[in-house]
Design a protein around this ligand. Structure first.
Ligand SMILES: Cc1cc2nc3c(=O)[nH]c(=O)nc-3n(C[C@H](O)[C@H](O)[C@H](O)COP(=O)(O)OP(=O)(O)OC[C@H]3O[C@@H](n4cnc5c(N)ncnc54)[C@H](O)[C@@H]3O)c2cc1C
Length: 656
């Protein structure tokens, strides 16, 4: 809605407003804190989440947490999934174990799918935001946006503040979710018709006006921002209602500490998810729920579920029937909720590349695949660094187009998988065979790791435009590194001190692109030595502007050689890969080796990436760790890379 005429109010200017402090909002704020972007981060609730809600962390998200420096906190606290069990009913209706499979995809990442409640995850991110921004960037609560206006006449200007938003400070008692009188903490308030009230700014309220360059709507499934933009949330909601219980169980079920999918004869299905601190989450299909008469929900178009009648005891009673012949009692109930299955995707993820939506604001689905929080965080992990570049004048605003291109495709894949999964879990006994059930879960396993996301060709991904994203595209120079996919991890050795690392640990999310020059075995291939010198010279030219690109945290050139250590000397490497700072202190951390070490097995990174030690490859890695381009490690190859970077990086554009 347009901003109404009001008496003069408190006004401020920021680069970005983030509406909503859920996983998507926190991840956006993390990038902005890391990149020093001035953001206003608001949420209408008076407190963060303390328990319950999402709990599954994909391997890919754990990799991302590592690049921001806090994966160790996760590793210490989470429950990790290693085995999945499948139960089916026998003729007497007793459930029995029919199969065991590894959980996830062994070897796809160093991290396995892990679980812990959303509140903890938000705390880790929040602490990192505090550290990066030195306390400058914090969630401001409870603040509700009431009006937004965008001046489109400025085009894609990155210096103007064309968005005007009116924010209202809510009284605390309007900012706490309605808990429907239940004693146990629950998430019922957010699962059905939503909790969004539409208001109009009025004189006398505690209001402020914010002028911003960009807005990120991370305000969940009932997104106010999405509605302001007039974006449709297309899809359907079913009549299926699922209950969720977070309990400390007392049971004789032998696989309670493994992930289980249980199909009963007559009472529906359960998913068992072992959690941190002895907790177990149960997802339980609820066959009998009370409705509020025949009234249809405005949001779902289905009969409204009577939330006041849903209790933890009712959900447990259904679970007990499904577990037969095993017993299931409860020592502690920590949280419960119920949700109605629906799959929806927003038609657009942005308006004029000025106001964006991300996370549940763009896509909603059942929580069964454990994807919502992960995909939401990865949406803003994809978007926020791009906004950071544009706001700082480091890149052309055209890079913002890639957000919708890249993330809409992921949302579509997610919805397709969730539809399949929901159909399986909601099917009646006999409708779907055990084999079909397992096959869908196995095929979806790779997708749910988050490691198979494959971005299409764009100004940021250099590959043929006609490649379907289901088919990874490889250059012959790096035959196992798909362009558009994340760089898989490998062991690598720091040349300066001989210490082995995981490569991901040396590629922190600083906002920099990385130019990874895999120069091969230059000692035994004199032509490679010459190529290394040529590349060094090209990058050292004043026109290449590399010193400035480094200072602005735009580009870090790194060298990975594969020559025998006994014959390598530090002075072999061009100065641009080991520059000195203004005090004369050398950078010892940008030359790496793919060689055996005395302490552990290393030296197979080239094989893992499909790079020849006799030919090498030059790779551009985006700030979010996705392979953007592969070229020859020659002068021509680097010139080609420079043209590619010049397509969007302001400082490189000026020199090409
Ligand atoms: C029971 C359950 C289990 C789940 N399990 C998993 C799982 O295992 N793995 C997984 O990945 N996902 C899971 N999900 C999904 C996950 O919770 C969501 O997909 C995820 O929280 C979406 O993140 P978000 O930041 O987009 O939105 P939200 O988490 O909904 O956050 C939105 C934020 O915006 C605020 N807000 C809303 N409107 C406004 C407004 N107008 N102004 C200001 N602030 C506003 C809200 O207060 C909230 O803090 C589960 C969900 C449920 C309910």
């Amino acid at each position: 809605m347009a901003v109404p005429e009001l008496a003069p109010l408190k006004e401020s200017k920021v680069d970005v407003v983030i509406v909503g402090a859920g996983p998507a909002g926190y991840m956006a704020a993390l990038w902005f804190a890391r990149m020093g972007i001035k953001a206003k981060f608001i949420d209408k609730r008076s407190t963060k989440i303390f328990t319950g809600q999402a709990d599954g962390l994909q391997p890919r998200v754990l990799e991302v947490f590592e690049t921001f420096g806090f994966v160790d906190r996760a590793i210490k606290e989470v429950a990790v999934g290693y085995e999945a069990c499948f139960y089916e009913p026998d003729d007497e209706g007793k459930i029995r174990l029919v199969d065991k499979q590894p959980e996830g995809v062994p070897g796809i990442s160093r991290f396995n799918g892990s679980v812990i409640h959303q509140g903890r995850i938000e705390t880790w991110i929040s602490d990192a935001i505090e550290e990066f921004s030195k306390g400058e960037l914090q969630v401001e609560r409870p603040l509700l946006p009431e009006a937004m206006e965008v001046d489109t006449s400025v085009g894609d200007s990155t210096t103007e503040y064309p968005v005007k938003m009116v924010l209202k400070k809510l009284p605390d008692n309007d900012a706490g979710p309605d808990q429907f009188g239940h004693k146990v903490e629950n998430g019922l308030y957010r699962q059905f018709d939503g909790d969004q009230k539409y208001e109009v700014p009025k004189e006398g309220e505690d209001l402020e006006v914010v002028h911003a360059k960009y807005v990120l709507g991370c305000d969940g499934a009932h997104s106010w921002v999405r509605k302001q933009l007039g974006i449709e949330h297309k899809g359907e909601t079913t009549d299926f209602v699922w209950g969720v219980l977070d309990i400390v169980p007392i049971t004789d079920f032998p696989n309670i500490r493994k992930r289980c999918s249980i199909h009963s004869k007559n009472d529906g299905s359960i998913m068992v998810i072992p959690r941190e601190n002895g907790l177990v989450r149960l997802y339980i299909q609820l066959r009998e729920v009370d409705h509020e008469g025949d009234k249809l929900s405005e949001v779902t178009g289905k009969k409204r579920v009577d939330r006041s009648k849903l209790t933890a005891e009712q959900i447990l009673a259904t679970a007990q029937k499904i577990f037969y012949p095993f017993s299931l009692e409860v020592a502690e109930t920590h949280w419960f909720t119920a949700y109605q299955i629906g799959q929806r995707v927003a038609t657009d993820f942005q308006k004029d590349n000025r106001v964006f939506i991300a996370g549940d604001a763009c896509h909603t689905h059942s929580p069964k695949a454990g994807q919502g929080m992960n995909v939401s965080m990865m949406d803003t992990f994809n978007l926020a660094w791009k906004i950071g570049y544009v706001v700082k004048g480091l890149a052309d605003p055209s890079i913002l187009h890639t957000y919708e291109l890249e993330r809409h495709a992921v949302a579509d894949d997610l919805i397709a998988y969730d539809l399949q999964l929901s159909r399986l879990f909601s099917s009646k006994p006999g409708e779907i065979s055990t084999e079909e059930f397992r096959s869908v879960i196995e095929k979806g396993g790779a997708f749910t790791t988050g490691c198979t996301v494959n971005y299409d060709a764009s100004v940021l991904i250099d590959k043929p435009a006609d490649r379907p994203r289901t088919e990874p595209y490889y250059s012959a120079l790096a035959s196992n590194l798909a362009i558009g996919m994340r760089l898989p991890d490998t062991r690598i050795v720091m040349q300066s001190d001989g210490r082995p690392w995981w490569f991901n640990q040396r590629l922190p999310s600083t906002g920099e692109f990385r130019l990874l020059v895999f120069i091969g075995d230059y000692i035994n291939n004199p032509s490679l030595k010459k190529q290394m010198a040529d590349i060094g010279e090209f990058l050292a030219r004043p026109e290449s502007n590399v010193a400035q690109l480094r200072r602005d945290a735009v580009l870090q050139p790194m060298l990975v050689h594969a020559s025998p250590q006994a014959e390598v000397t530090w002075d072999d490497f061009p100065a641009v890969f080991r520059p000195r700072d203004e005090r004369g202190v050398m950078d010892y951390w940008s030359v790496l080796a793919d060689t055996p070490t005395l302490h552990e097995k290393t030296g197979d990174a080239y094989e893992k990436y499909g790079i020849s030690r006799e030919v090498g490859a030059a790779i551009v890695l985006r700030p979010d760790g996705y392979v953007a381009k592969v070229a020859e490690p020659t002068l021509e190859g680097i010139e080609d890379i420079w043209r590619f970077l010049g397509g969007f990086l302001t400082a490189v554009k000026a020199t090409t």
